[in-house]
Every structure is written in C-alpha cells, then in structure tokens.
Write a protein that binds this ligand. Sequence first.
Ligand SMILES: C[S@@+](CC[C@H](N)C(=O)[O-])C[C@H]1O[C@@H](n2cnc3c(N)ncnc32)[C@H](O)[C@@H]1O
Length: 214
Amino acid sequence: MTLIKSKKRVTDHGEVFTPAWMVDAMLDLVKGETERIDSRFLEPACGSGNFLVRILQRKLAAVELKFGKFDFEKRHYALLALMCAYGIELLTDNISECRGNMLEVFADYLNIKEADDLYQAASYVLSQNLIHGDALTMRTTDDQPITFAEWGYLGKGKFQRRDFRLDTLSQMSALSEEGSLFAHLGKHEIFAPTKTYPPMSVSDIASSVLEESP
Ligand SMILES: C[S@@+](CC[C@H](N)C(=O)[O-])C[C@H]1O[C@@H](n2cnc3c(N)ncnc32)[C@H](O)[C@@H]1O
C-alpha cells in the first residue's frame, strides 16, 4: 500500500495515509462504537477514506449480523450506517476518491448498481456527508460555512434529516463547559438546526440529486 502520493503533497498538505493495520488498531480503541450502526464518526482530514471506509465495513458487518436475513431492514440500516460517517477533505482528488471508495463498499455489500434508488440515495448522502472544504476555517471550497446533515432512521422506510453548522457544533462543547456563562442553558437553546426536512424515503433522497442539480 502506498502511503504518499508525492513529496510535494506531504510538504504542502501533510498528506501521509494511515496503513490499514494502524487504522484497525486505532479503531479497536473504540471497537464498540465502530460496531454500532448509528454511532456517528467525523474524520476532519479524511483523505481517501482509510478510516471512514473501515468504519463503514465494521458497521455493515453489524447490519449483516442483525438484519442480514431481512432485505428491507438490511437495505435501510445499511444506508443509516453510511449516513453516520462524515468527513472533510481539502484536496479535490482525495474527496472524490473518498466518496467513490465508500460508495463501492456500500454497493458491493448490497449488490446494487447505479440504476437502484438506494445507490443514488447513497451517492447523494456521500455528497452531503463528505465535504470538500477546510476543517480549520470550517468553510467549504465554495466559501460556505460547513454544514452537516444529521440523519436518523424513523422506521418503516423513512429517514429524518436536520442540518447543523459545524462552527455552532464546535462552539457547543465550549459553551457547555462548567463555569461558562451558558452552562445552565439546555442544548436546545444553543443548538438549533439551520434546516429541518420532512421525513424522506430512499427514493425521496435519491431524487434530491436531481432537485439540487442546476
Ligand atoms: C495525514 S493525511 C491523512 C489522511 C487520512 N485521514 C488517513 O489517515 O489516511 C491528511 C489529509 O488531510 C488533508 N488536509 C490537510 N489540511 C486540511 C484541512 N485544513 N482541512 C481538511 N483536510 C485537510 C490532506 O489533504 C490529507 O488528505
């Protein structure tokens, strides 16, 4: 496995990929969370997805154990597993490789092709969850504030989505610190979504791709 693409990229962006054995050793430190379908992971410098891909594989193994025999649940919980992985990456080639690598693992697991709504929904989720931007400034390459979609599964084929700005999310931990002026406030008072969507099916999510195209 090649851990660098060029010396220049190492110098300019600190781009050194983590070897698979080390990814697994690090994920084992939070093994229980990596095997929980709806635990959320954010990789703020995700590269081509060495951590996120492995996290997805572990979550899909959990889906298989729990729902492997039930096609409807298997498909929906696999999508939920994908929905719980988030990344930020500065470089264009890396973010597109990351989305591609995640989609390949997801599609292989479910044995689905592009024509399947679930494939299109997964592709849309990855376009929302894996952000091309700068984790330090918390802005996208289009200079918009980085916003993450919080997805939840409501059951019966319906998903819930609420969007939150990363800068608000990161301030929240500081505001909740003991002694802070705002420590007494409930989370709901300092933590409001920028947008809440109506419940969506897989095909609703799949058609979001078309709705957002120019
Ligand atoms: C050390 S590599 C790690 C990649 C991956 N996490 C892994 O372990 O294989 C760091 C990655 O962070 C990206 N990066 C550097 N600065 C960044 C920033 N400010 N925001 C987002 N990504 C950044 C680089 O392009 C590179 O892909």
